[in-house]
Every structure is written in C-alpha cells, then in structure tokens.
Ligand binder design. Structure first.
Ligand code: BES
Ligand code: MN
Ligand code: ZN
Length: 473
C-alpha cells in the first residue's frame, strides 16, 4: 500500500537549496569557450597550469574541479558552451551536480535571469532519485540559492516534479487505481484539499465509460474517479489526467515490446497531481479541481470487446474499434463531468497516442487548443521555464474520421492517419461547454539520462501550465 503520511521523504533534502547560513561555499564558474582565456588571466599560476593541462574548454557539458593549495576541491568550472549551442541542452547545471564532490557550492559571476533560474531548477531536478525498491544515493553536493531566484517556488516545482516521477516510476503492481487514489489522498491531506472517490455502483451509473474500461481489473484494482478540490479564490481550473495504471491494450492486446512501458500510462494523472502540488505549495490564487479516471486496462471475462457500443456520461454512444484506445474513453466521462460545471480553464493531460510520439518525440509536449491567445501564452510560458511545448491543430475536417455510422463516435478510426489529432477531436466533443480547453498528448517518460532528467518517468507541460496560470488570475 502507498505510504499515506509521508509519501516521498527521500527526496526532500536533495530537492532543496543549501541553508543560507552555510559557511564558505565553493564557487562554480560558468564559462563558455570565449570566456576561458580572460578568466584565466585573473587566476594564479597553479590554477592556470591545472586548467591548461585539462581538456576543459568551456564546451557545454564539460566540467573541471579546481584544487586548492591543500589539494582539496576549492571551486569548479562549468562549461556552458557557445551561445549558439545553448538551445541544444536543458538544465546543464544538473549535469554538473553529479560531477561535483559533496559540500556546498554557489554560482559565481553574473547570469541573465532566465539562465540563472534554469540553472537553479536544473540543479534541484538533478537531486531526484527513485529509491523505493533499491538504494539510490542522492548527490552530496548542495547549492546556495543563487541571488535573485525565487527559491521556495523552485523548490515547490522540483517537489511537484518528483511526485510525478515517483508516481510514474512505481510499477503497476504497486500503483493500481487504489494506490493512485491513496497518493491523491495523501496529497490532499498535506495541503488541506478535499478528496472524493467515486467507485462501484455510483461509478457504473454516472461514468459508464470509466466503469466499462476498468471492468476487467482484479478485485482491489477496480476502476474509480478521483476528484481533488482546493482553493477558494481566483479563476477556476480543472485538470483531467489519464490514470490508466497499466495498459495491456485489453482484448486487442499489445505486443510485448509495446506493453513494456505501460506502467507509465497514468502519466497524465501523475503530471496533473504534480502540477496540483506545485499550485498548492505556491498557494497560487486559483480554484483547482483535479479529476482522474483511474483504471487498469486489463484482460479477463468482463473486459469490453472490439465492436461493443458503449454509452457515455454525456450521451453520445461510442463504438469500440480497438480496446487499446481506452484513454479517450475514460477521459470522455471525466471531461463531461468537468464541462458540466465549466471552469475558466479546462485541461486534459494524457499519454494518449503513439502517434504523438512519432510526430514530436519524447521531449516536446504537443498540445491542442482553439484559443489562439492562450496557445501563445502557453508557448511563451513553456519557453520561459524550459518546458517545451508544440501546438497541434484541432483539424475539423478530420471529425468525419471519428464518426463510424452505427454509433455516434468511433474510438479508433481505421488507417490511423493523424492519430493524435483524431484522439484530441474525440476528447473535444466531451469538453464542449468549457470556454477554454487545452489538451496535452504527453509521453511522460525520459528514454535515457539527461541533465536533471534521469531515465524514467518525467513530467511534461506542468511547469508551463503553472507559469501560464499565473497570467490567468
Ligand atoms: N497508452 C497508449 C498510447 C501510448 C503508447 C502512449 C505508447 C505512449 C507510448 C494508448 O492507450 C494507445 O494504446 N493508443 C493507441 C490508439 C490506437 C489503438 C487508436 C495507439 O496510439 O496506438
Ligand atoms: Mn491503449
Ligand atoms: Zn493507454
């Protein structure tokens, strides 16, 4: 069972800055290729000799520890690369953190505010370890919060991101619908939010798609709708996250290679919970509602079948042409509920389609919205906080692809053209009524280690939304 009181104690210290009164922090010098020679001119002969004998040239990703007179580390050089190369990497200071010996460090020299904020956040994010099942040593190096950064805000962002990663990384055996609800409950308890879980007969009566998709799960792993609410002032924001705790594909079973990573199919839920944590910990002035349809897309007698025609909460019937297109089904009922009490902003986040991956790969979070101004706000916010997004089209001419004939809607159009777009169009039908809707088709997984982002679960879009929400208020 998910530990309720203190879900992730191990991450706290590495995800914080060093105490402000730590004595004698050592300097990290950010240097690009053009900065090295002038910097060396002001150094003593020993330092110049040490640096010249090394391969350090200030290239992005390079680092060099500087010894003091007694041989103990006294400072470090951080290669930040030439300006033209800086778009290639995010969170490069996170990469340096692993290379540094323990103790307290600080950033020396001037940095532009955005670069400084990115560096500070990259450092914190590099403190993340997933150690629920095996000991994982966190980095020993700590950083003084650089002058001018909003340290509590960055720490809240890092903690929210760590929650997202922990939830995704936890295998489905320990992260079923009940565990996801327990995690949401622990989060609600911590920040004084309200939590409601709908299951059983109430779920079947009010949310037929969620109940049907989750029907094949074993006892104890039954489907449920998790609802968290928090905040009394500001714009109303409803976040809907896909909580498919494992996606076998259902009777249209996924082949092994495609199923391997499907513990991450609750990545949308993990990301909206991480964002909720960021919102609550920074006390953002919003009225927050989080809705998570939590199910397991399993295989057993009660499983829904290809060809079944299912009722939905909102009314339209759905022909199931592939039981592996389950995410849009469970999200449809949750979005319908959300739209019954229209918020100022409705967002869905889901590991919804393989097509989105083919289109933009694991780094970019594709999003859909009809609100051009909000799309621009989101793009700018994503760029500012290094949470890259890319806008995709709600292409109305493809509406016909999701209209099968003997039901109102088709969950899996044949041919698979524009798979991410047709899934988004499907969701938009159920979000109708909300004045502003944005849908994110995220991947939620870092395929290989990158600075600040170890291989494994990763949040996408949450920081951009947190930033954009600030402008809504
Ligand atoms: N969870 C998957 C989508 C997915 C797969 C996301 C791999 C990230 C990585 C989703 O439920 C799914 O299986 N979608 C199908 C839909 C198709 C059957 C219409 C897909 O994308 O292939
Ligand atoms: Mn699926
Ligand atoms: Zn899925």
């Amino acid at each position: 069972m998910f530990p309720i009181q203190a879900p992730f104690p191990m991450n706290v210290s590495p995800l914080r800055f060093a105490d402000a009164d730590t004595p004698a922090p050592r300097d990290i010098h950010p240097l690009g290729p053009g900065d090295l020679v002038p910097w060396l001119e002001s150094r003593d002969a020993g330092t110049r000799a040490w640096v010249s004998a090394s391969s350090f040239q200030g290239r992005e990703g390079q680092s060099l520890v500087l010894p003091g007179r007694d041989g103990a580390p006294e400072g470090a050089l951080w290669g930040i690369g030439a300006p033209a190369d800086r778009a290639r990497t995010r969170f490069s200071l996170g990469g340096l953190r692993a290379a540094l010996p323990g103790g307290t460090w600080r950033l020396a020299g001037e940095m532009a505010p955005e670069a400084r904020d990115e560096a500070a956040l990259g450092w914190l994010l590099a403190g993340y370890r997933f150690d629920r099942y095996a000991t994982a040593t966190p980095p020993a190096a700590m950083l003084m919060a650089p002058e001018g950064v909003d340290a509590p805000r960055l720490e809240a962002i890092a903690a929210g991101e760590a929650l997202t990663r922990d939830l995704i990384n936890t295998p489905a055996r320990d992260m079923g619908p009940a565990d996801l609800a327990a995690a949401a409950e622990a989060l609600a308890a911590r920040f004084g939010a309200d939590l409601r879980v709908t299951a059983g007969a109430d779920l079947a009566a009010g949310f037929p798609l969620i109940a049907t998709v989750g029907a094949a799960a074993a006892p104890g792993r039954e489907p449920r709708l998790i609802e968290l609410t928090w905040g009394a002032r500001g714009p109303a924001i409803t976040l809907v996250g896909k909580g498919v705790c494992f996606d076998t594909g259902g009777l249209n079973l996924k082949p092994g290679a495609s199923m391997g990573l499907m513990k991450k199919d609750m990545g949308g839920a993990a990301t909206v919970l991480g964002l909720a944590r960021m919102i609550m910990e920074t006390a953002a002035p919003v009225r927050l509602r989080v809705l998570i349809p939590a199910v397991e897309n399993a295989v057993s007698g009660p499983a829904f079948r290809p060809g079944d025609i299912l009722p939905s909460r909102k009314g339209p019937t759905v022909e199931v042409n592939n039981t592996d297109a389950e995410g849009r089904l469970v999200l449809a009922d949750a979005l319908a509920l959300a739209a019954e009490d229209p918020p100022d902003l409705l967002v869905s986040m889901a590991t919804l389609t393989g097509a989105a991956r083919v289109a933009v790969g694991p780094d970019l979070a594709p999003f859909y919205t009809d609100d051009d101004a909000f799309a621009d706000t989101l793009m700018a916010a994503g760029a500012a906080v290094r949470d890259p997004l890319w806008r995709m089209p709600f292409w109305a001419p493809y509406e016909q692809l999701i209209e099968p004939g003997i039901a109102d809607l088709d969950n899996a159009p044949t041919g698979g053209f524009a798979g991410s777009i047709t899934a988004a169009l499907f969701l938009r039908r159920f979000a109708a009524g909300a004045p502003r809707y944005a849908h994110f088709d995220i991947y939620g997984w870092q395929p290989k280690d990158q600075p600040g982002r170890p291989k494994g679960g990763v949040g996408q879009g949450a920081r951009a939304l947190l930033e954009a929400i600030g402008g809504l208020a």
